[in-house]
Design a protein around this ligand. Sequence first.
Ligand SMILES: Nc1ncnc2c1ncn2[C@@H]1O[C@H](COP(=O)(O)OP(=O)(O)O)[C@@H](O)[C@H]1O
Ligand SMILES: [Mg+2]
Length: 242
Amino acid sequence: MAILMITGTGTEVGKTVATAAVAATALSAGRTVAVLKPAQTGVRPDERGDADEVARLAGTVHTLELARYPDPLAPATAARRAGLPPVRPAEVAETASKLAAEYDVVLVEGAGGLLVRFDDDGGTLADAAAVLDAPVLVVASAGLGTLNATELTTRELARRDVHLTGVVIGSWPDSPDLAARCNLADLPTVTGSRLAGALPEGAGKLPPADFRTLASSWLAPILGGTWNAAEFQARESPLRSV
Ligand SMILES: Nc1ncnc2c1ncn2[C@@H]1O[C@H](COP(=O)(O)OP(=O)(O)O)[C@@H](O)[C@H]1O
Ligand SMILES: [Mg+2]
């Protein structure tokens, strides 16, 4: 896992918090970590971006943004409105490769979902992943509606021959409803990939020291953690009813 791209089924699904968990897990294994947020939208120059949030939660990571746009919009739109040059997928790929020469792990957090546009030529995080031949982690929400969005995302990765590392649930509720519990079985079915972790609701609000201690327990071994999909499902989704 030198370069890992982190996308989601949409915005606010927990990409940043999941990125922080992967970073914290890598750091606790003694690896050096860089976090690249190619285009940070919706923040002013003096505000904290997603990469800063990863550093707050995970600890000593090198952070880098290629561009910042004030409007909380897709990067291509935000760049156009700001009259600033967009970030290009080739630039994302080149920067990530350079970081990978210096750091053990490079985490690239996209903006919104997989096909959110970085530029007016339609360039996306998927293009950067394809150029790099880097795997993609998909962060998904737990509840109703996630099956369709997650399957669309993983199908698009497959269509582009981009490797899917797995699907991580960005925020697993303290009291999961029926849809969330059923999704533990259905997400692997619709994506053809085992779940790669689940962050508990509230993870992002933990004191950073606790976040760092617990992060590896939320992630499957493929992400360096100890989370066990079968055990989690047996505990959270004892579905035999009806
Ligand atoms: N597991 C979680 N525990 C607590 N808060 C979370 C969790 N996942 C997401 N959040 C919160 O939800 C919001 C969106 O999460 P974030 O990781 O920033 O999503 P994204 O990067 O996909 O837009 C943030 O306010 C974040 O603190
Ligand atoms: Mg984010």
